[in-house]
Design a protein around this ligand. Structure first.
Ligand SMILES: [Zn+2]
Ligand SMILES: [Zn+2]
Ligand SMILES: [Zn+2]
Ligand SMILES: [Zn+2]
Length: 264
């Protein structure tokens, strides 16, 4: 058993089997954006619900807005989560745009919302107020080939005051999970070899990456997203994105390749 350590912030410990190692690793706590307090992945949901209740208008003239309160989690790894308020007037299309921007967009794949996985799609023009029923769950799929599946839990309507009444208010997002290197098990992985990850060996620390036999044109960066290492996902930033040679052909084969042209 190895311990992956990191020298910033406060950490919650966790034991998890990742690839061929079972290890204790330390996960950073996540911040509630309303009060700036830190919580573990398990505690943050309950905290945000109670913290939201305290956000009542300070004066009668204060503007409030009707929102839907919800959370989104990666179906395969609940360390990746976001808690949101989204205005009741927004559409699923607006929500989709937000999810792509923060977590998913690699090359303009198709996506869908439904009540069951591969069940009937809910139209993207549907308003949030029409799906915002406390206790319901939506399934969101991005890319019908190398699919990223997210679970959207709806907690119901919320009317509140915020300094800015934006359509989407990010209440919390997970801090980046620390995932150990598959080769040495000692240091935090920073690169993902797209060739080796099929054998659970692709997550590499800086040191092991230097001598890795596949070469760095196979690498994708480790980023704070459930789509890390998938297709051509480079993270949130819009910038010049080199695409690994190994992925070019795969991408060119896909039907939904609309936006990849911009990336070249
Ligand atoms: Zn709070
Ligand atoms: Zn892609
Ligand atoms: Zn290593
Ligand atoms: Zn490799």
């Amino acid at each position: 058993m190895s311990l992956v350590s990191c020298d910033t912030g406060r950490w919650a410990s966790n034991i998890q089997t990742i690839g061929k190692y079972q290890m204790e690793y330390t996960a950073p706590k996540s911040i509630c954006n309303l009060c700036k307090s830190e919580f573990t992945t398990k505690g943050i949901g309950r905290h945000i619900s109670s913290c939201l209740k305290r956000q009542s208008p300070k004066t009668k003239n204060t503007l409030t807005k009707k929102y839907c309160y919800l959370s989104v989690r990666d179906i395969d790894n609940s360390d990746y989560f976001i808690f949101l308020l989204i205005s009741q007037d927004s559409t699923l299309d607006d929500f989709d745009t937000f999810l792509r921007k923060i977590w998913l967009e690699c090359c303009g794949h198709m996506s869908s919302f439904s009540y069951k996985k591969w069940g009937e799609e809910i139209s993207m023009s549907t308003k949030i107020q029409n799906v915002c029923n406390a206790g319901s769950t939506l399934i969101y799929l991005y890319d019908f080939g190398s699919t990223t599946e997210l679970q959207v839990k709806l907690y119901g309507q919320f009317s509140g005051f915020f300094p800015k009444l934006e359509d989407i208010i990010l209440l919390s997002r997970n801090s980046e999970p620390i995932i150990p290197c598959d080769e040495c098990g000692k240091f935090q992985a920073v690169h993902i070899c797209t060739e080796c990850q099929w054998d659970n060996n692709g997550w590499l620390c800086e040191k092991c990456a230097k001598t890795h036999e596949c070469g760095d044109d196979m690498f994708l960066p480790v980023v704070n997203s459930p789509r890390a290492g998938v297709c051509a996902y480079y993270g949130e930033e819009e910038k010049e994105r080199p695409i690994p040679k190994s992925l070019q052909d795969t991408i060119n084969d896909k039907k939904d390749k609309i936006k990849i042209l911009k990336l070249k």
